[in-house]
Write a protein that binds this ligand. Structure first.
Ligand code: ATP
Ligand code: MG
Length: 615
């Protein structure tokens, strides 16, 4: 689209009335849903039309039934047409014709039942597969998103979407489909009533149109309630995830009481909004029922007093119009449901669009583990690159890591150590400079095969709320008992497991809350080793372990060289004593590099004070 046209469309969108905007939103959702359902949606609509036609056919048979049994002198054209049809098949007596009509009625109603059953099955299939498809889309995009972008997405947003909102999206799909079904049924009934009597039909349509106008105001309320519910659910989930994440802190400072009352207040507000809406909905429903009854009364009066409609036709017409009020009321409630749940569709589309712009291409080709070289690598975290904020990341970093090497990274907090490790893992791609593996430049973010060679133990050792054994097998599901024992031995976690009440079968709690910080780190290290990495990156991964045990662990890791290459990030000077080379980072740059012996004094100074003061 060219720019001026785009601007015009923007102006047009802004100029729309709230109802216009709502309709545009419904239309956009309908288009994307129809794109998914394709032929199945058309089949469902056809089934609805056929089922309604069958019912309509059954109902209009009332006209010949009444006229033939009452032996009307001037039968309506419908009765004449039916009689002619029956005569063609040899049914000429009144009794034969009545039996024929009853037979047709039974066939029509059975056909309607069968069509409705197939329609329900088809609609349920479309709705469920739509839901699954949307969930798979989100999960698939999460799996393909780059770390740099996904790290900033709130977990509560994803949980909210996949836990609650996705079901509201399902409800929106149901609302949409059922509204279409009701519209089709109304259209078929309208066509049948037009066939019976045009003047009465016009009167009925005008009165029903007035009812629709009255009901319209509620759609805006439904939309506002939908948005309110959406925001309220998200903020509740946000509060819960934050609270659960910091449960110990909250409990130790008595913050749980205020959390509970705040949570209760939010739920009460949601309840008030919900009850208010249901009351309003039922008030409007009552008004619509009254209007429906008045419509029938007006039709009866007009039909008898002015239009002189034959009694059988008038009676059948009234039955048809009364039947029409069923789908009309259904349309009303399904539309409300749709409008209420549309904000969830918007939330989902928003996240999908956001993730779609952040996916990274994956090159499945293998990549052998070789010497690594970083040349003038530069990476500034997105968002920190503004005039107001200090640029955060790393700049102009050149570094060689030979196979079997042991490299140490040190420096004050915020110096760029984790960022540098993330670049080597391939979680970020350099914005300038190069990373070479075996002498060839590689974009590691796009090479999943690279990550098969390495294990990364992050600063905050994360354990699943499962047994120690399951935690270990998570990184290498096929590990043998011997491999588990070896990993436990090197990491020092064997000693931990022996002390646990159920050994390897002990459950470690949410994020490993039931074991100590040091024990958690040893289990995390065992999990990293069990997959037999070629490169082990330890980001302050042993800093909670007592110095004596940490020293022995590092000694055992050192003995795994040259098969294993190690990058160790540490604040404690003595942790770095096995390193071939140590780089000290400050404000994103390597400010010193050298052997442990040459940097020892400085490393001790750093571990005691902030880098700013020492470099
Ligand atoms: N995802 C991010 N978005 C924006 N800035 C970030 C992000 N991650 C880190 N930073 C910033 O980048 C700088 C380097 O962070 P990094 O985590 O690499 O430091 P570090 O040397 O590992 O520090 P520490 O010793 O405290 O772990 C810091 O100023 C930090 O605030
Ligand atoms: Mg760090």
């Amino acid at each position: 689209m060219d720019a001026p046209a785009h601007r015009n469309q923007g102006r047009f969108l802004r100029a729309r009335s709230p109802t216009g905007q709502l309709l545009a939103e419904i239309f956009a959702f309908a288009r994307s849903f129809a794109g998914f359902a394709r032929g199945r949606a058309a089949r469902a609509v056809l089934l609805v039309v056929l089922a309604t036609l069958s019912e309509g056919l059954g109902l209009i048979l009332l006209v010949p039934l009444l006229e033939i049994s009452g032996e009307t002198a001037t039968p309506s054209r419908l009765t004449r047409a039916v009689s002619e049809g029956f005569e063609l098949v040899g049914l000429t007596t009144a009794g034969g014709m009545l039996a024929g009509i009853v037979g047709l009625f039974v066939v029509a109603m059975i056909a309607r039942g069968a069509l409705l059953a197939s329609r329900q099955i088809l609609l349920a299939e479309i709705e469920s597969s739509y839901l699954i498809d949307r969930q798979k889309t989100v999960i698939g995009l999460l799996g393909r998103a780059g770390w740099g972008s996904i790290a900033g997405v709130r977990h509560s947003r994803i949980l909210h979407l996949l836990g609650t909102e996705i079901y509201r999206v399902g409800q929106a799909a149901v609302g949409l489909v059922e509204s279409c079904v009701a519209v089709m049924a109304i259209a078929v009934y309208a066509a049948i009533s037009l066939y019976l009597d045009a003047a009465l039909s016009l009167l009925a349509f005008v009165l029903l149109g007035v009812s629709a106008l009255i009901a319209r105001g509620l759609l805006q309320r439904a939309r506002r309630l939908g948005e309110f519910t959406n925001d309220a659910h998200l903020s509740l989930l946000n509060d819960v995830t934050q609270f659960l994440g910091a449960m110990k802190l909250a409990m130790s400072q008595n913050l749980q009481t205020s959390f509970v009352s705040q949570f209760g207040r939010s739920l009460d507000r949601m309840l008030v909004a919900e009850i208010g809406f249901v009351a309003e909905q039922n008030r409007v429903r009552f008004v619509l029922t009254v209007l429906g009854t008045l419509t029938v009364a007006a039709i009866a009066t007009f039909g008898v007093a002015y239009a002189k409609v034959p009694a059988a036709v008038l009676l059948t017409f009234i039955v048809i119009i009364s039947r029409l009020s069923g789908p009309a009321l259904q349309l009303h409630s399904h539309l409300l449901n749709l409008v209420r749940t549309l904000p969830a569709v918007r939330t989902l589309d928003g996240l999908v669009a956001e993730l779609q712009t952040r996916t990274i291409a994956a090159d499945p080709s293998p990549l052998a583990f070789q010497d690594i070289r970083l040349e003038q690598v530069h990476y500034i975290h997105p968002g920190s690159d503004t005039p107001e904020s200090r640029q955060a990341g790393i700049a102009d970093v050149s570094l060689s890591i030979a196979k079997g090497g042991f490299i140490g990274l040190a420096g004050a907090s915020g110096g760029g150590k984790t960022t540098l490790a993330d670049l080597i893992v391939g979680l970020h791609a350099p914005q300038s400079g190069r990373i070479l593996v075996g002498g060839a430049e590689v974009n590691l973010t796009e090479r999943p095969a690279w990550r098969d060679h390495l294990s990364y133990v992050a600063q905050d050792a994360f354990l699943l709320n499962d047994t120690v054994k399951e935690n270990l097998l998570w990184s290498h599901p096929g590990a043998s008992a011997r491999e588990i024992a070896e990993a436990l031995e090197v990491s020092g976690a064997g000693e931990v497991v022996n002390r646990l009440p159920n050994g390897l079968e002990t459950v470690v709690g949410e994020r490993g809350a039931l074991v100590s910080g040091g024990e958690r780190q040893m289990i995390a290290l065992a999990r990293a080793l069990i997959r037999r990495p070629r490169l082990l990156i330890l980001d302050e991964a042993t800093n909670a372990i007592d110095v004596g045990r940490e020293s022995k662990i590092l000694e055992r890791l050192n003995a795994l060289r040259p098969e294993l290459t190690i990058i160790l990030i540490a604040h404690r000077a003595e942790s770095l004593r096995f390193c071939d080379e140590i780089c000290i980072l400050g404000e994103g740059r390597i400010v010193r590099r050298g052997s442990y012996a040459s940097l020892r004094e400085q490393l001790v100074a750093i571990s005691k004070s902030d880098l700013e003061g020492s470099i």
